[in-house]
Ligand binder design. Structure first.
Ligand code: URA
Length: 211
């Protein structure tokens, strides 16, 4: 199912952990721990094409030209609040990344995003930006967040989520065809209140124990 603009991470560890996360009855702490672990694996995948250069180093035995990351620095942007669950695991792998936050809540009647917070790193135009939000449902919040990032100068953006609905993928690709989506699963559909089916329920409530 993967294509250049949609990558589905089918690694067995990702798929196994995702199944555990979906299960009803999983405790908040288990859910959060699994999310952290799966985020690290997804971060590994989304950074797979980062450019490398080399630098001269001395090992205890000899000198060598060794690979190091090159190119644009990274910025992570979390869509509050559920994005923060993905953020922690991604930061485990990329601790030097700058971090921004977009606060959007979903109007439950219109399903449209309403902005209540925005704090972004400087010089987004000089960074590769990874937007994190576990659930790509209608795609409205993702598209709105990426609108804001582009207004702030970002030109190289990818979107990292745990689950995506086909409706959300289509909406995001229509609004931002240049943005690659990386996900652990494309689920069946959205229900009539905008939840992903089969999904895992409300990701924010499950990770913060607020259900
Ligand atoms: N947000 C969630 O937390 N879950 C969904 O299924 C859809 C949006």
């Amino acid at each position: 199912m993967s294509s250049p603009d949609l990558v589905v991470v089918d690694h067995p560890l990702v798929q196994h952990k995702l199944t555990l996360m979906r299960e009803q009855g999983r405790s908040t702490s288990e859910f959060r721990q699994l999310l952290r672990e799966i985020s690290q694996l997804l971060a590994y995948e989304i950074t797979r094409d980062l450019p490398l250069t080399t630098k001269s180093i001395e090992t205890p035995l000899t000198s060598m030209e060794a690979p190091v990351l090159d190119g644009k620095k990274l910025a992570l942007v979390s869509i509050l609040r559920a994005g923060n669950g993905l953020l922690d695991g991604v930061l485990d792998l990329i601790p030097a990344a700058r971090v921004g936050f977009v606060g959007l809540y979903r109007d439950e009647e219109t399903l449209q995003p309403v902005q209540y917070y925005l704090k972004l790193p400087h010089e987004l135009d000089r960074r590769r930006v990874i937007v994190v939000d576990p659930m790509l449902a209608t795609g409205n919040s993702a598209a709105a967040a990426i609108d804001l990032l582009k207004e702030a100068g970002a030109t190289e953006i990818s979107f990292l989520c745990l689950l995506a609905a086909p409706e959300g993928i289509e909406r995001l690709h229509q609004a931002h065809p240049d943005v690659q989506i990386v996900t652990a699963s494309v689920d069946s559909h959205l229900n009539d209140v905008g939840y992903i089916v089969p999904g895992l329920g409300d990701a924010g409530d499950r990770m913060f124990g607020t259900a």
